[in-house]
Design a protein around this ligand. Sequence first.
Ligand SMILES: NC(=O)c1ccc[n+]([C@@H]2O[C@H](COP(=O)([O-])OP(=O)(O)OC[C@H]3O[C@@H](n4cnc5c(N)ncnc54)[C@H](O)[C@@H]3O)[C@@H](O)[C@H]2O)c1
Ligand SMILES: [Zn+2]
Length: 352
Amino acid sequence: MNTLQSIGYPIYFENTLSELVNFVQQGNYSRFFVLTDENTGKHCLPLLQQHIGKLDNFDIIEINAGEESKNIDFCVGVWKMLIDFSADRQSLLINLGGGVISDLGGFAASTYKRGIDFVHVPTTLLSQVDASVGGKTGIDLDNIKNIIGTFTQPKAVFIEHAFLKTLPARQILSGLAEMLKHGLIADAGYWNKLKYSDLDNPSAELVHHSVAIKNKVVIEDPHEKGIRKSLNFGHTIGHSIETYSLMNDDNPLTHGEAIAAGMICEAKLSAMKIGLSEDELSEITAIIMGLYPKYDIAESCYKTLYNIMLKDKKNQSGKINCSLLTKIGQCRIDNICTEEELYQSISYYAAL
Ligand SMILES: NC(=O)c1ccc[n+]([C@@H]2O[C@H](COP(=O)([O-])OP(=O)(O)OC[C@H]3O[C@@H](n4cnc5c(N)ncnc54)[C@H](O)[C@@H]3O)[C@@H](O)[C@H]2O)c1
Ligand SMILES: [Zn+2]
């Protein structure tokens, strides 16, 4: 599997941890830091240390696992640790973890001393196929996801398939939603391939294929002025469901579970508004429902979901803007959706 070239940085898929050692040795860094959470500290750090253990002058910064850590308090914690360790501008931050670690670590690094270098070593399927590529960093504030952040590219990304071995099945499913999305928005052949693959354990080739799709889109449109918005398919309604679940459920939905529900709603919107065929809507619905548990959404919640959508970063002049499908493998951006249309699409999902 070939190394992909992104916006000024490589994405490695083979001999990744040896490549990381080479990268650190050649980088002339004064010292480096590994950011982990409690799970990646336990499951992933030992393998990383087998390689970087050869190097000296590194320290580990560990935070609590989960989205609850992706906020300014934990970011301040990381900044303070960097100060305590006397990190200078020649320091490197290695983000070893899922999307929470890459988003928070990327943000902390991009702002510390006006920016130090960072690399991602993504350890969840979701972060391998999505969060680690494209240069978005960020944190949540007051239950608004990713509302504070920067576009800052990592210096390299190292995608090591072995890390997925310890990932719980629910987290695999979470990342799978983004892979399905990649097929739906850009590559019908890939969608068909996914349909017939072992989706409990997506192969390294499938991961590579997904990253290649995402990478192509972000290279074309790094700052999300146009085509990159296609990656938001499923995310307008999906994010609102995710936020709602985070606020209300003891065991909240994962990002991918929420996006899976959002993709069904937005496929329905696609059929209502821009000509996705009923056959393809049924196919998308059946495949996703076959993989993900149904999330109950009562009619009394629709308004709350709508109010959350009104805060979406992608809105223009207060109007809700969705990326929708004209057919499987083809996405059209900038579709303004009315409150009524959004409710209709959520009822379609709720009635399944
Ligand atoms: N920047 C972007 O472009 C982008 C894109 C998509 C998602 N995101 C963000 O990513 C976040 C979600 O990412 P995520 O799903 O990876 O969440 P996460 O980082 O919280 O990881 C999920 C869970 O898996 C654990 N874990 C990680 N690697 C493991 C391993 N190898 N073995 C066992 N357990 C492991 C983590 O500790 C955590 O409990 C969200 O905050 C989302 O906003 C960002
Ligand atoms: Zn997503």
